[in-house]
Design a protein around this ligand. Sequence first.
Ligand code: GYE
Length: 345
Amino acid sequence: MRTNWKHNELIVIFILTVTIFLAVFVWGLGLFTDIEEEPYVSEETDRIVVGVSQLGSESGWRTANTESVQSVFTTENGYFLLFSNARQKQENQIKAIRSFISQRVDYIVFAPVVENGWRTVLQEAKEAGIPVIMMDRKVEAADQDLCVSWVGTDSRQEGVKAGRWLEGHLRKEGVTEEEDVNIVVLTGTEGASSAIGRSMGFAEVAHKHANWKILEEKCADFTSAKGKEVMAGFLRKYPDIDVVVSQNDDMTFGAIEAIREAGRTVGVYGEISIISFDAVHDALEMVADGTINVDIECNPNQGEYLSQVISMLEKGQEVEKDYYVEEDIFTIDNVTEEVLQERNY
Ligand code: GYE
């Protein structure tokens, strides 16, 4: 009898142990699920939840673009903003977009660092029923239908404007079609739609002039440090550069440093003409004093437009595929004190 009891006791202890083990295991699983699952923010707030994936913070222009978005998607305006900076890495942007999808945001806004490679994640957003709006740059044409709209600048047209300015400038300087004009181009991030557009637009005009020699186009990542490095290389390689086309102001700042360090002069009163893009405050000051010949404006204030697109979508209204922000061209003739004072980026 006593031995049986012992046997039963053992069975009870065994069952208890298994039950406790299972309970702890299931509780543990719950703990991990809590860690991995993102909260569904859209269910916690009646504000419009917008997930913004910014591509990085490489330039003054980008900082202004980020500020424009952050100043519009505020609590006061009825928004809940989830903001993520991808630091130039497409994989970070894809991760951010996936996280926005799992948090069931109402809208996704993103500035694609490069054109290609978005189809899968955009399809995921579409399947989840979340409208995606592109900002600043575009995804490749074949995938644009996966996005409801785009707000940005006409980069091809900016390139054309740069070319047209050069045509006029050479005419004024009395340079004939028989004289060679040696050009180097500092391009932005490889594969970025804004860099591709600016190169294409400028090339369209350049092709009409047999004497325009594009000696080399090289990527300098839209950053000042890279601009300086690439320009220094150009100067070592090509002794007679007439024109630098630099696809953003940050690269221009670096390039000008390199040119000066090489003992050469720039701008309206110098040997090498400088064509820049963006028109941020510090660059406009350099336009005003003749250091930069022309700055093709690229408007980073896209937040208002994005918020208008969202409010139209909220009302169930049709939206356009493309919204272009307004842009100007600046030379020493039109950068007034007033223009400089108004430029807050
Ligand atoms: O010109 C540059 C930035 O895509 C238009 O990206 C944008 C460009 C802008 O980093 O400064």
